[in-house]
Design a binder for this molecule. Structure first.
Ligand code: HEC
Length: 140
């Protein structure tokens, strides 16, 4: 068990350092992690939501938390849209925070309210992904 964990961590460590600046790999991973969050919400699996949003949160922060990454991410003819891209990233981190606060019951709200707000926040995260991809990919 321990051996498995150590080997696993080494592989993850190697993987992350090799690909620290590989946008495609990071985005693919973000996509997989967001899909896990969605799966947990659909399954009404509270523990699953907690685990998956924490994983997602960390990687979203690493990838989207640094404004300097944005100009690198955007194609040459889209550099002037960097502020809009930054906005997408902020929407993502804002809504991740709403879900984390709901899990911790930071504002002392009922379970129903926290669940509703978390589910809505999840859809806003997805929308922000679309938003930045539109900026990047639209021809105009
Ligand atoms: C700041 C802008 C930005 C945000 C926000 C963003 N992405 Fe991306 N994403 C990109 C860029 C740039 C690419 C690579 C260019 C392309 O594929 O057209 C990309 C590519 C991808 C890819 C395809 C990788 C490939 O090439 O096969 C996936 C999957 C992806 N993003 C998932 C997500 C998810 C999920 C989110 C939201 C949690 C998200 N992205 C948010 C900019 C962004």
């Amino acid at each position: 068990m321990l051996k498995k964990t150590v080997v696993g961590s080494l592989i993850i460590l190697l993987f992350t350092s090799l690909n620290a600046y590989d946008l495609k790999t990071n985005m693919l991973q973000l996509g997989v992690e967001l899909a896990e969050v969605q799966k947990s919400f659909i399954a009404s699996d509270q523990k699953g939501v907690e685990d998956s949003i924490k994983r997602f949160s960390q990687h979203a922060h690493d990838l989207l938390g640094n404004k300097e990454n944005f100009s690198a991410m955007l194609p040459e003819n889209k550099k002037h849209k960097a502020n809009e891209a930054v906005m997408s990233a902020q929407i993502i981190s804002h809504n991740v925070q709403i879900i984390l606060d709901a899990i911790e019951n930071k504002y002392n709200q009922s379970g129903i309210v926290r669940r509703e707000e978390s589910q809505r926040a999840y859809t806003y995260i997805e929308h922000a992904c679309f938003r930045c991809h539109n900026i990047v990919r639209d021809k105009y």
